[in-house]
Design a protein around this ligand. Structure first.
Ligand code: GLP
Length: 242
């Protein structure tokens, strides 16, 4: 894994946006793997600025998002579809028909997950995938599990730790969905290039566990160490315990 340590969140976001812009400029019809959470917001802001100021062109770009709460409707302002529209899709010239976010209203989640995986394959795989990291080392919603991880897109139960971490966005703990649809580690590994971002002291333990030199399903992010093209861009605070 290549590691780049930046001074702060802004520098991390600018570098990540550069990586994405380079892929878009090289391949107009590329497939972007996208993530939600606080971490990539700055990167999306930079990409919007590049579109507005330098004409970065998303017209032929497709995207695949990592995860979505289940159940949740797309118009709920806590849904990841809403987040993506709000932070990126509504501000660039991407065709929303080419954007894919797992469907939090799917009646048959198992069939939906199989179709989502097939969709990623039909698009030809992901050219560049951005990831955040959970405080417990999760990626997407692949929660730590000593008994193993499900490789492909699946419906999963959220851990108490994640429900608590994500409750800050909801008016009460009870409103946080207890399940989510998520790409699995194998789905993520279909990306040709992965950029994982981490910012702030709250992520320092997770970053340390990821880089501890031991691959383990109790820290799903540690599995990234065996992908051939992963860059960790993190700020000094997130790197402070390595
Ligand atoms: C959420 C998301 C992840 C995200 C992580 C970190 O649970 N499912 O994809 O990477 O938490 O979020 P944040 O960037 O807000 O710290």
């Amino acid at each position: 894994m290549k590691v780049i340590v930046t001074k702060n969140y802004e520098e991390m976001s600018a570098l990540a946006a550069k990586e994405f812009a380079a892929v878009i400029q090289n391949k107009a019809d590329c497939v972007l793997g996208l993530a939600t959470g606080d971490t990539p917001i700055g990167m999306y802001r930079e990409l919007v600025a590049m579109h507005e100021k330098n004409g970065l062109d998303f017209s032929k770009v497709s995207s695949v998002n990592l995860d979505e709460y289940y159940p949740i409707t797309p118009d709920n302002d806590q849904s990841y579809r809403y987040f993506m529209n709000y932070h990126l899709f509504d501000h660039v010239n991407i065709d929303k028909a080419n954007t894919n976010v797992p469907d939090g209203t799917a009646v048959d989640p198992d069939t939906f997950c199989r179709d989502y995986e097939a969709k990623i394959d039909a698009l030809g795989g992901i050219d560049i995938q951005v990831l955040g990291i959970g405080r417990n080392g999760h990626i997407g919603f692949n929660e730590p599990d000593a008994n193993g991880l499900i490789p492909d897109t699946h419906l999963t139960d959220l851990t108490a730790n994640t429900i608590e971490a994500n409750s800050r966005f909801f008016s009460s703990m009870d409103e946080v969905p207890k399940q989510a649809l998520t790409m699995g580690i194998h789905s993520v590994f279909k990306a040709r290039k992965i950029v994982i971002l981490a910012s702030g002291e709250g992520k320092a333990d997770a970053v340390r566990a990821m880089l501890a030199g031991k691959i383990t399903t109790t820290c799903p992010a540690s599995l990234l160490c065996i992908h051939p093209d992963v860059t960790l861009i993190c700020d000094e605070a997130a790197y402070s315990k390595v």
